[in-house]
Design a protein around this ligand. Sequence first.
Ligand code: ATP
Ligand code: MG
Length: 775
Amino acid sequence: MENYLAELNDAQRAPVLHKDGALMVIAGAGSGKTRVLTYRIAYLMHKGVDPFNILALTFTNKAAREMKTRIASIVGSSEAKNLWMGTFHSVFAKILRFEADKLGYPNNFTIYDTQDSQRLINAIIKEMGLDKDVYKYKQVQSRISSYKNSLITVKAYFNNPELMEADAMAKKPRLGEIYNEYCERCFKAGAMDFDDLLLKTNELLNRFPEVLMKYQERFKYILVDEYQDTNHSQYLIVKALSDRYQNICVVGDDAQSIYAFRGANINNILNFQKDYDDVAMYRLEQNYRSTRNIVHAANSVIEKNKSRLEKVVWTDNEDGNLIKVHRSPTDGEEGRFVASTIFETKMQHQIHEGEFAVLYRTNSQSRAIEDALRRKDIPYRIYGGLSFYQRKEIKDVLAYLRLILNPKDEEALIRVINFPSRGIGQTTVEKLTVAANHYKRSIFEVMENLDKIDLKINSGTKRRLDDFITMIKSFQATSGSLDAFELTAQVIKNTGLFQLFKKDGTPEGVTRMENVEELLNGIQDFVDGQKELADATGSISEFMEDVALVTDLDKDTGDDDRVALMTIHLAKGLEFPYVFIVGLEEDLFPSAMSMNTRSELEEERRLFYVALTRAEKQAYLTYAESRYRWGKLIDAEPSRFIEEIDDKYLEYLTPPVDGSYRYKPLMDTDIFEDVDKSKLRLNKPVASTPPSHHKPSEEKLRKLRKLKPDLGKPSSLSNLFDSDMNVGTIVSHTRFGRGEVLKIEGAGNDKKAEIRFEKGGIKKLLLRFAKLDII
Ligand code: ATP
Ligand code: MG
């Protein structure tokens, strides 16, 4: 047996060695599905399959790179280079670059990101004079996106009375018109949005049999990871491409299907056996990732789902620690708990920050965690959220580059035509847009032909528009002889962006400048890398292609030794020794938006299953009793998902009593006698509930404060019931800064203060929780 095949168990080896034809591996988390895919590719190459004929589709480009590295170590790197691997979006964007002209798009088409799409849709809604409270642009965008992913084109939409009726019922009878206008405008701008990358690929393969045949021949072997999360559009692409040879291998786990809200279709798994002849089914049961406690706990939760395929997951790994559950009074305290625990665990076990991950349901939860980590000087990295490439200053620079590559790109043009300010006003831009729509030309073309049409633009403005065009064209002229770095450096200098950022001496301005420098560093890095490749030059178009499709998970900074913060959706497929799942509260996780139907709730439960199964050694489940949401302090209840885990896998940690955050397991039942059980929704034995001094009485607190004057200085315990606080007192708050107390009302636990903050305006805070210091 080849050496590498010995690194698989028998159940894994079978699908790896499977002869040609269709095969599917459905198995639970951590059982080696991704490993099977990787080794199968190596095996195929060993058997003599040309790597040019293999296509592997993964969830992130990072995952593809990791697989490639592993394969390279088995078969040699020169061969592995020729494999086609990446996400659906990146692979098919590349194919569309070759074929776009067939669909009437320029080959250097722009890729609009979600922000671009939303901005355009917003503009259309305005132009059509629709009520923006009814036609909410984000909603409209996601509706259009879901049409595209179900392959419902504008034409198909207008042929489908049911869909039109549904939109009319939702008070949006003109949605189809917006959809139509949006598609026309994208087309005119030579732009595809993310969903187009799949939709247009489908169109290409459907309309041009010779193209379909070319890629069927090209990709004789197709492998798909995370198959449970493919949407209809992706499914059809895979089906079309694999139709000829049927050498298709998909791996997935129905229990980890978490993108139904974006159109992922679990039926893709269920129908696989019908779609291909002679499908071989494989199951893997042994989990290699996590301790036995984690595996069993995860099983005990997912069992609650009614719609699922029966599966066994077991492990030979040791029992490991129990899963630790922690309750905090506020989200701020939760952050502090996470930070201190990371700090202490790191010291105790001499491990690195890179071994920890903090997972949350929504991006906005990261802030409290970040604050706490920063205060403890723990390095971290946020994945997702506002990514580097979505920051305004970066998008401004990139917009210039986009325009140089594709002058039809309207979103880019509108972004920079008057930035830095060059005296081209909003009215002028509107006139240009109207003319462009009228003549069915791009704004850039209209600007080039200003002499031929009468737009009532004064001569001064005309000159400025001319200057702008000349500048862009001069960049275009030099772009052929410069690499991406040189060109970008010129753009930043000659457009006045550099001077603008430099002049702004505020901290925000400095950050912007640093970000632009970071962008230049990144481009230089990219150019150096590209220049090593035979068929690349490091040109700006290569860079832009790369940038349009990076997800945050893809950016390899080479500095991975940081705590990873990300949403659970992004964590799929990854693993970390220590995992914190934070914000386990009803209405947050499960999300309030996903509790209307059983199937939504089951998707939330699968999400929890994904989260828990990321952990190798230790999982922490944390929740807060109150948290800031939508600017208000909201009471929260523990998530039902904690309740659903069999108690024998859980350990409850004590809340802090002495101001330090050192947590001990609760063993002694006696101290829980005075617990107010009505407050505890968790259906647990008394022994596992937190002690009463969690919320100290006023008197007790005073005593404690006398004993330890600096008790809880940074925590919410400070000033809890402090009588020093009166109308007129000046306080300081970690988030809102300095403020003046305007009013005090209520008493004891309900005592509230109305405070006018310098940063946050007037807020009413419950003093029990407010993180206030009196200045
Ligand atoms: P997920 O469902 O989360 O995507 P998966 O089924 O793809 O998980 P892998 O990521 O392939 O699982 O494997 C989980 C971990 O177990 C990895 O660290 C992998 O290297 C390890 N592993 C898998 N199979 C074996 C094996 N036979 N021997 C040793 N380690 C293994
Ligand atoms: Mg995997």
